[in-house]
Write a protein that binds this ligand. Sequence first.
Ligand SMILES: [Zn+2]
Length: 279
Amino acid sequence: MVEAETRGPEPAYTESDFLRLCRRRAWLATAAAGAGTVAVAVVGRRLRAGWVVPASAATVAVLTAVQGPFGNRIWGDRRPDSCPALQRGVDRLARRVGIDSPTVVAVPLMPVDWAGALVWPVRRIYLRESVVPAAGEPVAGWLAGAVVHEMGHHVLAKETAINLLVGRAVVLVPVLAVGTGSVRRWALLSGAAVGLALLPGLWGTRWVERGADEFVRLLGYGYAAAVADSMARREEARSRAPRSWRTSAQWRPPVLRTHPTDAERMARLRSADGNPGRP
Ligand SMILES: [Zn+2]
């Protein structure tokens, strides 16, 4: 990211046919998930459990809304001292693509190398604290690539946020429906929630993820290859893991995944970068 700033004029990297397709599919999926949520609510009312869907939707909205401010309480809003090099790169990239810059927050006690984006109500990029480079140390290519992918979520902020709020509104229905005290009601409500709302929501989540990857690819400078390489390393580590771990990491059928398969993502990320050059 740091180097991206110093190069000459760049082609637009927030516009491509594929990125437009990702946005359209994400909105279509959200509309389908929204209609599905209404249908699940109707099922709930028919079953005299009309409170279940509104309670799930409200809880998801509240948890999302307090996540940023609550996270700040726990982890501290460490800008600008915890990740200055990354924060500067993120600020510059945000200016280039015309969005408000997210704050990079290092999260302690994170068990895996992980980066995540929160786009609403505050803009954040979360990183595992142990991967943040020390002052003066260069930012590793894979980490820069991961941060650029999270920036893709901020470029697709509306799609990312609406997918989370509408696409997952009924995610707590299987838990809350236990409170109806009837196995039949629980089964009907949970089945409707998964089939009518959660599956279309996840379909949209995968299109949002494809869009964030497409932003990485369009930006270029080798970030897409860096992300693909880190996925290849993850696959390699998984293939060496004990069989039971391997299956638990890979059992999920594609329709239940939040991300497209690594194979699909790597193939797309390794197709030509928008800007040649090295990260
Ligand atoms: Zn993502």
